[in-house]
Structures are given as structure tokens and as C-alpha cells.
Design a protein around this ligand. Structure first.
Ligand code: SF4
Ligand code: SF4
Ligand code: SF4
Length: 248
């Protein structure tokens, strides 16, 4: 009897182990494309080169905790490699280039380089005016109430965030120049400016060399006409013609 019980127990353990291994294998099939994905993400200001950043970041979430705009998210398993590392999805909430860059100050490991002391030191990526056909500034269509209400779905729990919404209110029924006007870079025309578009009687944004890829123009554009190339500089994209596989 004791021998029979032992055999049944061994059989149960073998089957259970196989079952668990099977589940892991199946999970691997589902998850592995994400784990293998070498997608580029927009990292917070000051992020070291991606490999160094991944080694240095201890996933403490301090940068996300101190960000007053709720710009920083921590990657979960569905976001592929670097689980727990901070990133910014500019279509949900961009980085507003705080003067003293508190996310960098909060980073205990230098994964966000402590030499990044002010907005001019930031180098997250570069903006691309990718979908000019969608731009209502060019077409001279006015900004609608619906365009502004869309941003109310983004975080607005403190005065800084409320101020963004207040600024947007001024554009209702006006021609759109939101991307250039609300760029947070100091002396913002060196990053983005509106230029005449005589063919359409409107104005179009032109990205300039100081753009640091904070993503605000992409977040606030009512028609998602602007995207961000993470990790590239103005020179990389506009002069050398370098492209990422994935843009944000
Ligand atoms: S600079 Fe400010 S808005 Fe940008 S990620 Fe850091 S704390 Fe957030
Ligand atoms: S142009 Fe856009 S991405 Fe570049 S600094 Fe200004 S708001 Fe940020
Ligand atoms: S925010 Fe800029 S890119 Fe977007 S519709 Fe307005 S003018 Fe065009």
C-alpha cells in the first residue's frame, strides 16, 4: 500500500511538473516576441545610453514619484524588455522639462545622468512633423472644443497640470499654433516655430535644432500630426538621415 502511494505521488509530481513547464513554455511563446522586441522607448531626461541605462536602473521608481506632471510610467511585462524601468508615452503625458529636472535629482544610481541639470541639457529624442496632411494649422481649420476636451483625459491633478489645460482653452475657435506655442523648451523658437505655408494659406510647424524630444508638441497636437523619434538628435534625423524602427 505504502509502495502504491509512493508511485501515485511520484506520478502526480511528474505530471504537475510537466504541466507547470508546459505553462511556462506556452507563456514563453506568447511573451517572447515582447521580450525579444528591441523597441525604442522615450526615456526620462538624462537617461544614459540604453544598455547602460538598463544596467544602472534599479527600478526604484523614484523618478516617477517626483515627476509633478505624472509623465513617467514604469514598464510592465507587456512592454517587453526592461520590466520596471521608467519610460514616457508622449501621447499620454509628455515631459514638461522642469527647470531643475527633479526626476534626474531623484535617481540614486546615475541611470539618469546627474549632469543633466537644466532643460538645455536634456536629449530625449527629436520631434518629427510626420503627418502634415492631418495638421489643422496648415488647413486653417479652427481648434474645436472636442480637440481641447481630449486633453482633459490626460492627468490633471495639480496646478501645473491644470495650467496646461487653461492655456489650451485660449485656442478654442482659433487657428492652431499649439505645438509651437506650448513647447516648454526655453527660447522655444529654437526648437519649433510656425512658418507660413503659402500653398494652403495656413501655417505649419518647423522643427529646429534645439528640440530635445520632450514630446509636448506630440501630446498636445489635436490631430497627432507630430511624433517623437526617441534617442535620436536633430542632427541624427534631419542631417544624417538616421531613423529608428519604431517611433512614438
Ligand atoms: S523633467 Fe519634470 S516633467 Fe519631465 S520627466 Fe522629469 S520631473 Fe517629469
Ligand atoms: S519641439 Fe516638441 S519635442 Fe521638441 S522640445 Fe519642443 S515640444 Fe519638445
Ligand atoms: S498642433 Fe501644430 S501640428 Fe498639430 S494641428 Fe496644430 S499646428 Fe498642426
Amino acid at each position: 500500500m505504502a509502495e502504491k502511494l509512493k508511485l501515485e505521488r511520484r506520478d502526480f509530481i511528474q505530471k504537475s511538473t510537466l504541466g507547470i513547464l508546459g505553462l511556462f513554455a506556452m507563456g514563453g511563446i506568447v511573451i517572447s516576441p515582447h521580450l525579444n522586441a528591441q523597441e525604442f522607448r522615450l526615456r526620462p531626461p538624462g537617461a544614459q545610453d540604453e544598455n547602460d541605462f538598463l544596467s544602472l536602473c534599479i527600478k526604484c521608481g523614484q523618478c516617477a514619484q517626483v515627476c509633478p506632471y505624472h509623465s513617467i510610467e514604469l514598464a510592465d511585462i507587456t512592454k517587453g524588455h526592461g520590466v520596471g524601468t521608467p519610460f514616457i508615452d508622449p501621447m499620454k503625458r509628455a515631459c514638461y522639462l522642469c527647470t531643475a529636472v527633479p526626476c534626474v535629482l531623484a535617481c540614486p544610481t546615475n541611470a539618469l545622468d546627474h549632469n543633466t541639470e537644466k532643460p538645455e541639457d536634456v536629449n530625449m529624442g527629436v520631434a518629427i512633423f510626420k503627418f502634415s496632411n492631418k495638421c489643422i494649422g496648415i488647413s486653417t481649420e479652427e481648434v474645436t472644443r472636442k480637440d481641447i476636451d481630449r486633453i482633459y483625459t490626460h492627468p490633471h491633478t495639480n496646478k501645473l497640470e491644470e495650467d496646461i489645460l487653461k492655456k489650451l482653452e485660449d485656442y478654442e475657435d482659433e487657428q492652431c499654433t499649439i505645438c509651437a506655442d506650448l513647447c516648454p523648451y526655453p527660447n522655444s523658437t529654437t526648437a519649433i516655430e510656425m512658418i507660413d505655408d503659402p500653398a494652403n494659406n495656413g501655417k505649419r510647424p518647423k522643427i529646429n535644432s534645439s528640440c530635445v524630444g520632450c514630446g509636448v508638441c506630440a501630446e498636445l497636437c489635436p490631430t497627432a500630426a507630430i511624433v517623437i523619434e526617441p534617442r535620436l538628435t536633430y542632427e541624427d534625423y534631419y542631417i544624417k538621415g538616421i531613423r529608428n524602427k519604431k517611433i512614438l
